[in-house]
Write a protein that binds this ligand. Structure first.
Ligand code: BDR
Ligand code: CA
Length: 312
């Protein structure tokens, strides 16, 4: 099994990803570290608590960064995920308590406890990971890999023409995280926007797993309305589950190796500018550490994997 920490801002696709991780016997979820993003930090942490209670598991949930590294408080994505971040379905209030450690502290503690074993799966803004790097500069040596949902290498962004939401929400943190020397696998809009899910898919999740799949089906209604605006079909996207699926089956994805820079100036804020190996001689890129970017995904097999894991 793989030890993971899931860094998240639930969030509807985060919800689908959290349940996927908890259902997969191949993954040992050490804890959920939460961060502002889709919703403010406190709500993100509270939602994560509600979700693990629903799944009836007892793992730490930590409160994380409330603000980006630089600049003002973020604007939140209530129009995508609902006023409560979970599709306005009146989900139950959590009964449990947050872990006393901050998200960044928890990441550092687990990395020291299990050196070389922990994969960070980051599906929100990268603020907590950047804070953890500040707390423990040796962190890249202690962490096995960092699997990120974020960015857009060869496709347009979803917040600006060039930026994806997780990277845009804390571009300075992203610059720090992509600049550190640890193995990074990036799953951006290149693959997550390539695979739309119809309501038939969430029905199948609900059939396989009435409780958790049923919750995803309920909570996805609001989200699907948002994504279907102006389209002929009813669809939504489960971005955040992609980096987890990779851990179960790497052959689902085509990974392209290269170097990446994150934009931080106003025009390019959050842009992930990717140079595949051999495509540039510019030191602006070559000085950055190498990473792998997902550039294609096997639709039928990934869809089937989601359904299978919900059924376990
Ligand atoms: C990412 O932004 C958030 O809205 C989603 O949860 C996902 O992590 C997609 O751009
Ligand atoms: Ca997310």
């Amino acid at each position: 099994t793989h030890k993971i920490i899931l860094d998240t801002d639930p969030g509807i696709d985060d919800t689908m990803a959290i349940f996927f991780a908890l259902q997969a016997p191949e993954l040992e979820v050490l804890g959920l570290t939460t961060v502002f993003g889709n919703v403010p930090a406190q709500m993100s942490a509270k939602n994560a608590l509600s979700l693990i209670e629903l799944a009836e598991v007892d793992i730490p949930v930590c409160l994380g960064a409330a603000m980006p590294h630089v600049g003002p408080e973020s604007s939140y994505a209530y129009f995508v995920h609902g006023d409560d971040g979970l599709g306005n379905i009146n989900h139950p209030e959590p009964k449990g308590q947050l872990d006393p450690r901050s998200s960044a502290q928890f990441i550092v503690e687990m990395a020291r406890k299990y050196p070389g074993e922990v994969t960070l799966v980051a599906v929100g803004p990268l603020s907590n990971l950047a804070l953890a790097l500040k707390l423990e500069p040796q962190l890249p040596k202690l962490i096995k890999a960092v699997n990120i949902m974020g960015g857009a290498a060869f496709v347009p962004g979803n917040v600006t023409p060039v930026a994806e939401a997780n990277i845009w929400n804390d571009a300075h943190a992203a610059e720090i995280v992509f600049g550190a020397s640890w193995p990074i696998n990036m799953f951006g809009l290149d693959v997550t926007y390539d695979l739309p899910f119809s309501p038939d898919f969430t029905s199948q999740l609900a059939e396989q797993n009435p409780k958790l799949g049923g919750f995803v089906q309920q909570t996805s209604k609001f989200y699907t309305e948002f994504y279907s605006q102006g389209k002929d079909e009813t669809v939504c996207y489960f971005h955040d589950a992609f980096p987890l699926a990779y851990m179960l089956d790497e052959t689902l994805f085509t990974m392209t190796e290269g170097h990446l820079r994150v934009g931080t100036d106003p025009l390019h804020k959050g842009q992930t500018s990717f140079a595949p190996n051999g495509s540039t001689t510019s030191e602006l890129w070559l000085n950055m550490p190498k990473l792998k970017v997902a550039t294609a995904v096997d639709h039928p097999r990934l869809t089937q994997l989601f359904i299978d894991v919900y059924g376990r």
